[in-house]
Write a protein that binds this ligand. Structure first.
Ligand SMILES: [Ca+2]
Length: 112
């Protein structure tokens, strides 16, 4: 007769574990990905290839060309034009002339 309390105890332990397991398997409420802090239509960290915290001219150029494919009228800009504009925008955006565009400097670049 002394085995019955043990069995009951063991059973309730299993039930508790089952309850905990089912609680854990409930869907997580959080979003699947991280929320990008987009500024001027581009995600800064996406283009900061070497994660230096700023964009060099090549990184800036790929950001610019990805986010400025149409002009103010919505017309597509040719690759040559885009490349020229990217160079121009780079020197305009580089406020402290260190040849790197910080997130703050990037935010000053007009979109489109
Ligand atoms: Ca700079």
């Amino acid at each position: 007769m002394s085995t019955i309390p043990k069995l009951t105890l063991g059973l309730s332990a299993v039930l508790m574990m089952a309850g905990a397991a089912s609680a854990q398997s409930s869907p997580a409420p959080g979003p699947a990905g991280d929320a990008p802090s987009a500024s001027a239509g581009g995600d800064f960290s996406t283009y900061d290839a070497d994660k230096s915290g700023s964009l060099d001219s090549a990184e800036f150029s790929s950001w610019y060309q990805a986010t400025h494919q149409t002009d103010a009228d919505g017309k597509p800009i040719s690759t040559d034009q885009l490349s020229q504009r990217a160079t121009q925008a780079f020197s305009q955006a580089d406020a402290d002339q260190d040849q790197h565009i910080s997130a703050a400097e990037l935010a000053s670049v007009p979109a489109g």
